[in-house]
Design a protein around this ligand. Structure first.
Ligand code: ATP
Ligand code: MG
Length: 319
């Protein structure tokens, strides 16, 4: 087995007026060494909750069950102190908004040094050399100046690079990137995604790339997991998914891709249900053109449609 991360039957419940409800339910996947797995879905589908559960940063009221194996360790069974060592150590993370993730009153250097020394007991000189090397790794041209800078001196793209350097300080096996480019303008987005690809190749780490943008998935992922309302709708290799999308939701997302030949976006009618009002049966049924009474009554299991291609749908498209 090549999996660095093995998630099984992950269930994350949140309190509602009607009692706890599963915002993420029955999610399972593996992440192989050196692989980029995309998680895609509209806003509110449970992508971030899934990511946060991997690093023990769920909202306080949330409860997670199932299994999250990092090598031999079940992360859900760990105590907070042990999880803290893994977070920023074997698992690194970058988030959507690099400004809020950085401390505004500390220099980039101080924050990077703190991350380095938390995970490797280096003397100051060696830690400083490592900090400069990490900044060069994320293609920051003048590391010495960057170390002395405060976050507000940096552009959004530079901040995201600095955060990546911090995330890489513990030499992680897995990097979780939750909408890492959503807050950036298009040119900078492309540069950051290129950097992420290069780093994956240079360092051999696995990447979990979370996005609502199928365009980002197409150019940057090996495999993709499509999430809808806390359930997995479809998992496939990227090529197979784009060539033969089997779940009506995946097709809908593809219809929502802006295309040069299209006059405007074709969108899926309706919205993702809130946690407090999850429909019975297939959660996508109320928005699905193929839904019938079975869909509205029974939750479809995730089943193989082709090798390495799983779909949770009673009436999937042919693959
Ligand atoms: N702290 C919280 N308290 C209550 N509900 C929450 C909390 N965090 C998330 N939720 C709910 O859980 C569901 C999944 O949220 P999550 O943030 O995982 O979605 P997402 O797929 O990351 O969306 P986005 O694309 O907007 O980031 C949503 O319905 C959201 O409203
Ligand atoms: Mg999110």
């Amino acid at each position: 087995m090549n999996a660095v991360l093995d998630v099984r039957d992950l269930r994350i419940t949140l309190p509602t007026a009607h009692g706890p409800v599963a915002a993420v339910d029955g999610v399972g996947f593996t992440l192989d060494r050196g692989e980029v797995l995309g998680i895609v879905g509209e806003s509110g589908c449970g992508k971030s909750l899934t990511a946060l559960s991997l690093i023990g940063l769920l909202p306080e009221a949330a409860r997670a069950s199932g299994q999250i194996r990092l090598g031999e360790t079940d992360l859900l069974a760990l105590r907070p102190a042990a999880l803290r060592r893994i977070r920023g150590g074997r698992i690194g993370m970058v988030f959507q908004d690099p400004m809020t993730a950085l401390n505004p009153v500390m220099t980039i250097g101080a924050q990077l040094m703190e991350a380095i020394r938390q995970h490797t007991p280096l003397p100051r000189d060696a830690a400083l050399a490592r900090a400069e090397a990490l900044l060069r790794l994320v293609r920051i041209a003048d590391p010495a100046t960057a170390l002395a800078s405060y976050p507000h001196h940096f552009s959004g793209g530079m901040r995201q690079r600095a955060l990546m350097a911090i995330a890489l300080a513990g030499a992680p096996d897995v990097l979780i990137a939750d909408e890492p480019t959503t807050a950036l303008d298009v040119t900078v987005q492309a540069q950051i995604l290129d950097l992420l690809r290069d780093l994956r190749a240079e360092l051999g780490m696995a990447v979990l790339l979370i996005t609502h943008d199928l365009g980002v998935v197409a150019g940057n992922c090996d495999r993709v997991l499509v999430m809808y309302a806390g359930h997995i709708a479809e998992i496939a290799d990227v090529r197979a998914l784009f060539a033969h999308p089997a779940h009506p939701y995946t097709r809908g997302l593809m219809g929502a891709l802006p295309r040069p030949d299209a006059q405007r976006l074709v969108e899926i009618a309706g919205v993702v249900p809130p946690v407090s009002a999850m429909p019975a049966g297939c959660r996508f049924a109320p928005r699905c053109p193929r839904a019938d009474s079975q869909c509205r009554a029974d939750t479809p299991p995730l089943r193989p449609r082709a090798p390495h291609h799983l779909v949770a749908c009673w009436h999937p498209h042919d693959v």
